[in-house]
Design a protein around this ligand. Sequence first.
Ligand code: ADP
Length: 499
Amino acid sequence: MVTKQQKLCPEVIKFLSSAPKKMLINGEFVESLSGKTFDTINPATEELIVKVYEADKEDINRAVNAARTAFEGCWKKVTPYQRQQLLFKLADLIEKHGEEFAELESLNNGKAIKEARALDVPFTVEHIRYYAGWATKIHGETISVSCGNYFNYTLREPVGVVGQIIPWNFPLIMAAWKIAAAIACGCCVVLKPAEQTPLTALRLGELIMEAGFPEGVINICPGFGPTSGAALAAHMDVDKVAFTGETSTGREIVKASAFNLKRVSLELGGKSPNIVFKDGDIDAAAQGAFNAVFFNQGQVCCAGSRLFVEKPVYEELTSKLASIINKIKVGTGLDLETDMGPVVSHDQFKKVLEYLEIGKKEGAKAVCGGSKVNDPNLQKGYFVEPTLFTNATNKMRVAREEIFGPVICAIPFTDIDEVVTQANDTVYGLGAGIWTKDIKKAHRVANVLKAGTVWINCYSAFDVASPFGGCKQSGYGRECGKDALDLYTQIKSVWVNLD
Ligand code: ADP
């Protein structure tokens, strides 16, 4: 039974009452040129939240032109210090309106409101403040050359107009990850939110204008991948595309980028190994294995969805993990008692349920969950049972393919070499976890795992200062930390003849 349902605050009701929601182009909220709209659905009820104007190729064109005009014009006159102040102002405004963002995110994405309040909103604010700090600290170098009497220095310049395409799992955080670093570096932005979750990005657009960003510097155009996303990726006047999403979409983006050889950074899928050795702290590892998968309904690219457990502690660890999973309260995101909401969309719901059937057919045993939620109060909405598969092997499809849902596969192993081989036997390379009290073993394994991030005796630790990204088919480029500045700047070498 839905108990303490959060009532939407008046600001959210007001935001939703002006519909269809318009896109932000050149400092104004405008309709799509085609007049087309699409539905934004509440995944907890399958009901329409609000209609949104749908950007397609022509709207992307308008937005790119606006970004180009701003980049070559007004934005060039804005100093690093002023960029910093704009970002600080934006962060302050998001903080001030934090509750609205938490409610909108929960309503649109399905996530538990307590998670949105504790994580999505504060992490967004912190992220923007961090890059505000960088805006005044980006510079080139002087270089001692030996080829003659020259003074040689480098300028670190913004790459220009950037297209940013984001997914639906952390809509607000992803918008902040993309926009903040680009703006700190002096770029102009066209952001395309995911079609499932455009609402917090559009509210963010309102605050961007309130913060005083010049027109055209940040444009926000909700639309579908194959139309507006593809148009942005292929656009001849976009200098760089930053993308987070599926590996298969990443491939399309790379192909589209070839037209004008724009720069690309990709944060893609994963099937991350989380390895528990018998000498690890088993209680902590069970909790860590849980945290690695079950927040945000398991819709996390670096989810530790392949849980490798050394045979002598396999039973103990999986039964401890099962008892933690069994305590999860699944419900609508806006229910204050909910730990885990619905998955984001009907497509995602179908996909996860299909994988649950595939796993069972392959011989994995669902010791927790294994199907859609049976609660009669949750028959509308995309509610999936949090699932623990034991008896899994690394060869099963459920252990090889990204499910992007609340599903974990526990796979037993016998020794280090075997587990490292299996952990690396995947096309992905995003995250990895290791649980052991043996410090030498921990570092040895961290060294040989092919992943962009390795967590030792923890999982899903994140900080805006620490770089995040993948290797292999999980993508390239790093977001967060100072490494993200490389995505949005390019180096110019200047020579001065001193003779
Ligand atoms: P998912 O299938 O989980 O939604 P996607 O990779 O398809 O993941 O979506 C992530 C983002 O990529 C979304 O904003 C989506 O609209 C966009 N997208 C999807 N297909 C394309 C494409 N062909 N070109 C550019 N963007 C795309």
